[in-house]
Design a protein around this ligand. Structure first.
Ligand code: CA
Length: 563
């Protein structure tokens, strides 16, 4: 309706405006490439920032500037409606929609420090539940410490983080995340000073603070409480240091090896009995296949996904082994993935690294299990959750212009925005049976990507593709010229379009008028800038965020006309 009124008033819909100019009468802004686009709604920009972050910057903007720009916009929004900022941030943290929680944690700290009374209160009230793990808590403490003082409100929020957890959960967090970001749990306890409400809580705090009364943790016998027994077992494991098996004689070597073997056996017993995680073990123990075999049984999904290379290297994850079967079953278990809130980017990152057979940051190499690679490929798709397809005709246009090769999505090595679009396109094509995948820069062409491609292979198909300038109107003009019937155009881009003689929204309008199809446009934003090619006044256009866990479901709903 809004659009009809505007068109009646201005009669601008049929005109063609070069992308280097704003459409007359419309409020447009210049993007970083010198093209004119729409300004993204400020709440949508917050969403992009919370999900995509600013890590690695973009082709045009450095990480530092992108972070500063976004942080300034957050401050403005905090003034405007701080409580709403907190609500959006907490939703992102709780749903696990973002590849990394870091930006949301930073925004929560900002709200807890720079917001008005109601905002600060809302942010602090969210601390115990929105910060799920000890890492999250320590990251929050690191951010908030530089922004405000340690007043009563902050102390109380953090006290509740410790006191509101079940003893066993708390014990696990204290052991697993002893220190992060230059902060230790001991530091945080010292600053927040929670008063224990139960004897067990008191003992856990005391052990973390390393006070002398914690001798129970080093006693020869377990204390007989599940949470305390767990901590006790980590102390037992810490004693079982393995020695280097180096000696002058074969006999002496054999003795050392035997001693180590006995320690490994004890460690395995502790892991199995008390469910000790990797973080509780002496470093040298992580070279032993028996230790990894024991760890794997109860290993959380995200840890398993991160350690696939290590488990192959160590010789546990071999073709046709029990371990391989277990890993395969877990990775392809939709419910398990959902329960563990595994983010698609974690899976994609693991798939790219694991299938390459070598570590990104280390010299480690391993024999690749093809079953694990297959499972990761399936897990990638499953990690977006079940999506009911719209069944409409989709034309996907992937921006493969030069600017899309700059920056890294969520800090994943080598995962440029254009590579990321290829992964998203494969998922979209597997979801929607009638999908064509094409790419654009200064021309529109077939990229050779299909729904059957393994996602990591698809990401490699676009790397190294550079064909010059950027014209995001090409999907629509190409479809019109070639008489292609499209219900839903999906353009995955950084919105830095500049080279066309017609604005993307005008090309869409022209397509609609010429074909009589009320075609929709979904813009998948791949960088956290404030630009979009979608007309905010047109209900037939939607902005979504690339690598938001919720994106495929949103796209299908929109294509179906449900939103
Ligand atoms: Ca570009």
């Amino acid at each position: 309706m809004k659009k009809n009124i505007r068109q009646a008033l201005t009669g601008l819909q049929a005109t063609e405006t070069s992308q280097g100019l704003p459409i007359p009468g419309r409020d447009m802004v210049e993007n970083n490439a010198g093209g004119f686009v729409f300004k993204l709604d400020e709440w949508k920009q917050l969403e992009r920032f919370l999900i995509l972050g600013s890590e690695g910057g973009t082709f045009y903007v450095s990480e530092k500037k992108l972070s500063a720009d976004n942080a300034n916009k957050v401050l403005l929004l905090l003034k405007k409606d701080g409580v709403k900022v907190v609500e959006k941030t907490v939703e992102i943290l709780k749903s696990g929609r973002a590849p990394k929680p870091d930006v949301a944690i930073f925004v929560l700290a900002l709200a807890a420090s720079k917001g008005d009374d109601a905002t600060r209160k809302a942010a602090l009230a969210a601390v115990p539940s929105a910060l799920k793990t000890g890492t999250h808590l320590l990251k929050f403490v690191d951010s908030v410490n530089g922004l405000r003082g340690w007043g009563r409100g902050l102390k109380k929020a953090i006290q509740l983080w410790f006191k509101g957890r079940k003893n066993e959960t708390l014990a696990l967090q204290l052991v697993k995340y002893k220190q992060r970001e230059g902060w230790s749990m001991k530091d945080v306890l010292r600053l927040a000073k929670p008063v224990p409400e139960t004897e067990v809580q008191g003992k856990l705090f005391g052990w973390t603070a390393k006070n002398e009364k914690a001798e129970w943790a080093k006693a020869p016998v377990a204390p007989g409480d599940k949470a305390l027994d767990f901590v006790w077992a980590t102390e037992q494991a810490a004693q079982l240091k393995l020695v280097a098996e180096q000696a002058d004689t074969a006999e002496a070597k054999a003795i050392l090896a035997e001693a180590n073997q006995a320690s490994v056996k004890k460690l395995v017993d502790l892991i199995v009995t008390y469910r000790l995680p990797r973080e509780a073990l002496p470093t040298e123990a992580l070279n032993k296949v028996e230790v990894w075999e024991a760890l794997l049984q109860e290993m959380p999904m995200t840890a398993m996904i991160r350690n696939l290379g290590t488990m192959s290297k160590i010789g546990l994850l071999k073709p046709l082994s029990d371990a391989e079967k277990l890993v395969f079953q877990r990775l392809t278990d939709a419910e398990r993935l959902r329960g563990a809130k595994v983010h698609p980017i974690q899976v994609l990152s693991a798939l790219r690294t694991y299938s390459s057979g070598r570590g990104v940051r280390s010299a480690a190499s391993w024999n690749v299990s093809t079953k694990v690679v297959e499972a990761l490929d399936e897990a990638f798709e499953l990690s977006f959750g079940a999506v009911e397809p719209a069944g409409t005709r989709h034309l996907l246009g992937l921006d493969v212009s030069g600017s899309m090769s700059g920056g890294e999505i969520a800090g994943v090595p080598g995962l440029s925005p254009s590579a990321a679009t290829a992964a998203l396109a494969v998922v979209a094509a597997r979801t929607e049976p009638w999908t064509a995948i094409m790419g654009f820069a200064d021309s529109f062409r077939n990229l050779g990507i299909t729904a059957k491609d393994r996602v990591d292979v698809a990401t490699r198909k676009v790397s190294g593709l550079t064909f010059g300038s950027t014209d995001a109107s090409l999907p629509m003009t190409w479809a019109l010229q070639n008489k292609i019937q499209v219900d839903t155009f999906v353009v995955m881009t950084d919105n830095e379009t500049w080279a066309g003689n017609i604005q993307p929204v005008q090309a869409l309008e022209k397509y609609r008028q010429a074909t009589g199809i009320g075609a929709k446009l979904i813009v998948v934003g791949m960088t956290s800038t404030g630009f979009t090619i979608a007309d905010p006044d047109d209900a037939g256009m939607l902005d979504v965020v690339g690598f938001d866990g919720a994106t495929p479901a949103l796209m299908a709903k929109f294509a179906k006309g449900e939103i």
